[in-house]
Design a protein. Structure first.
Length: 124
């Protein structure tokens, strides 16, 4: 299961309605940013495991990366998502909900229309 959810605060738990048979859910929060177009950029991701019966949650993996001085905000957002997805795969995090504030990424994945910018095509 994979679902992209828009959120102004990526670290908040999204509204999740799941089958009572699932005892936990994984949530990947991601964000990236840059100063300038392009400019100094960085990105971060967090994987949390939510226990559906108790409501408790705990971080299982956290990442922050400096990306250099020649990246755009959108590149940083995509990099944060990709790094988080790679870790989710390694941890076998399923079901997985993805929470981010990048409307561009969310729209592209919901409509299955990749980016136009050639710098982002390889990240989609």
């Amino acid at each position: 299961l994979l679902r992209l959810l828009p959120s102004p605060a990526p670290l908040q738990a999204p509204p999740i309605s799941l089958s009572a048979t699932l005892d936990h859910t994984w949530v990947l929060g991601f964000d990236g940013g840059s100063q300038g177009k392009p400019g100094v950029a960085g990105c971060g991701s967090i994987l949390r495991q939510y226990h559906n019966l108790t409501g408790a949650h705990e971080p299982k993996w956290i990442s922050a990366h400096f990306m250099g001085t020649d990246n755009t905000n959108n590149q940083a957002e995509y990099q944060a998502l990709l790094i988080g997805l790679q870790s989710a795969r390694r941890l076998r995090a399923r079901p997985l909900h993805i929470v981010g504030d990048s409307l561009m990424i969310i729209r592209q994945h919901r409509t299955n229309h990749g980016p136009i910018n050639k710098l982002l095509v390889g990240l989609f």
